[in-house]
Design a protein around this ligand. Sequence first.
Ligand code: ARG
Length: 459
Amino acid sequence: MTKLWGGRFTKQAEEWVDAFGASIPFDQKLVEEDLQGSIAHVHMLKNQEIITEEEAAEIHRGLEAVLAKAKNGELEYSIQNEDIHLNIEKFLIDEIGPVGGKLHTGRSRNDQVATDVHLYVRNHTHTVMQSIRALQQALLLQAEEHVETIIPGYTHLQRAQPISFGHHMMAYFWMLERDYGRFEDSLKRTNISPLGAGALAGTTFPIDRRQTAEELGFDDIYQNSLDAVSDRDFALEFMSAASTVMMHLSRLAEEMIFWSSQEFQFIELDDSFATGSSIMPQKKNPDMAELIRGKTGRVYGNLMGLYTLLKGLPLAYNKDMQEDKEGLFDTVRTLEGSLDIFAGMVETMEVRTEKMAETTSKDFSNATELADYLAVKGVPFREAHEIVGKLVLDCIQSNKYLADLSMNEFKEANEAFEEDIYEVLKPETVVSRRNSEGGTGFDQVRSAIEQGKKVIKQK
Ligand code: ARG
């Protein structure tokens, strides 16, 4: 079979060499973006009188026919036609005859592929942003229900101070809000049209780049044709924002994994997001959370892959750039899947409030309260810290907790202790009193939830 670019060649490559160079096995994913770009291009060619109205109408009809077949899964792609662009051009010519060959006037596959990837990244940025919102909703739901549910807060994975479980959920809400912002921002640089840059230098045809940009919904056009065909920064930005989301999801995954363990028993995952063991009948494994933690590595890898791919490339297009796609597609699929799984997993998890309450009633996470208590009564904080440290040690040695100490024992440690100390030590008191802005105090958490709801409604 002769190639669409076969004119200059005297012999054909062997099939296995063609197969190695082809991108059609994976870039067929861009079929709709490619057709959308071509339709805009043909409209512009007609308006600029580069082709006749009749030719444009024929080509348009042909492209629509190919699009319909694509949607029905009826296209049979061929390796011989190398990539999605040449495959479509061939389908078009099969559909309407030689006039189909006029579509490529004033255009190159280099600006064409760049356009496709821009459209693809733009479309998926929108879906990802929606999925982020859905997960934020699920977090808000749990937060609202559990403002007054208390869990131990940790530093170094050692119990530090008790906190509201709602506050913990909202921490992830705000991370995702920043993620949303990163996609929103990168969209500004994604939604720029490279179409009309030609192979690298522009074209002699009197094209109108602004027309195609407008029809395709781009906000602007690249100012420089070399930059237009060489730029993949927008894909890097997408993959970088995706990596940060995955890092956030992976941290929550890790917490959900140990919260659902026998040791913690803080949550129980819904059966639909857990799996059993083929040998141990008692098992309920948090597979989805583990998988997402694992897939985070792939998404980082894809980002690093694209950075490395681009770093030594001279301007303008180089075939290396064909390698931009598989990692990008993989990142999109992984990210969208992970966000959707997470939204379901968070929404349906059962929070075991009684287990959580049990833990904070039997630990030393209220020790800071004692030190603060003495400090308020005028004892220098360093000294107060020392006094309470000794009390904790005494308790550990005699196998009890701070609230079990008698008034006498408190008085012995420091005269400033009064009867109200028992109230101060209760986990509810500890949490509700941390009412500084952004803190875990119940009132703070309630107002953070309100603010969160407003933020996602605005955008
Ligand atoms: N399949 C190519 C890619 O994915 C399309 C552009 C090819 N251009 C070229 N001059 N070989 O990057």
